[in-house]
Ligand binder design. Sequence first.
Ligand SMILES: NC(=O)c1ccc[n+]([C@@H]2O[C@H](COP(=O)([O-])OP(=O)(O)OC[C@H]3O[C@@H](n4cnc5c(N)ncnc54)[C@H](OP(=O)(O)O)[C@@H]3O)[C@@H](O)[C@H]2O)c1
Length: 244
Amino acid sequence: MQQGYVLVTGASRGIGSEIATGLSEDGWNIILHYNKSENEANKVAEICRKNGVDAFCVGADLSNSSGIEQLTKAIQDRGLKISGLINNAGLVRLGTVKDFDDSDWDDVFSLNLRAPAVLVKNALKIFDKPGSIVNISSAAGIRSGTTPAAYEASKAALIHLTRSMAISLGPDIRVNAIAPGWILTDLNKGYLESEGVKEKILRRTPIKRLGTAKDVSDAVRFLMSEKASFITGQTISVDGGITL
Ligand SMILES: NC(=O)c1ccc[n+]([C@@H]2O[C@H](COP(=O)([O-])OP(=O)(O)OC[C@H]3O[C@@H](n4cnc5c(N)ncnc54)[C@H](OP(=O)(O)O)[C@@H]3O)[C@@H](O)[C@H]2O)c1
């Protein structure tokens, strides 16, 4: 069944690319956002089109307001409206409050928190109603470690922003978040593949495996579906139980 358009940020790689292809299997037309990985984004768009939907790519750096405007304008210029927005683009910097540079805080918060907020505001003018927004937070936003201090704080704030957006955008637009646990991607490859790390994580994980990008994509597909029409302001943990 052909549905409306869904904008997926950071759809060029990792979790975002799997969200894009998963949603295309449900008949959603996909707008794939990328920052630097244009070739990879084009390949993901091709997979989406093979599922019988429209899919195209738009590049933008979302860590600043002009990039965010550029992204919404590119959609507006095509005369399109969106039914969904998946705020997935994100970055991590390792460090504690003791050793972070001021610029680390700015970089992490600009992309992980400010971008979803400003993009939602910009996207309201191209949103079809009823609509649905899914913010990709993290298990790190629920349970604290110490090293990615800014990342954890930004993802915790995104969970709270999700609740606040759900109140202000209802009843027209539902807003939910997903908090994934450990999913092997470029974001954490170096760390997850270092000695003993995987074993340590699995000891704390009731389901005894790392997550996959498909685990996250499946949860997004549910939140985008009619089956989730009475769910808003919630955060679904997709983490094998590591935050319990
Ligand atoms: N992997 C995990 O274990 C895990 C766990 C919990 C939550 N998450 C969250 O899931 C989301 C996706 O993570 P991932 O592991 O798939 O990460 P990833 O493989 O590193 O991909 C990051 C994506 O963000 C985009 N991006 C980076 N900087 C950007 C910028 N300045 N402006 C716009 N887009 C930018 C990248 O675009 P380009 O490649 O085009 O530059 C890429 O598509 C993130 O929000 C992350 O915090 C991940």
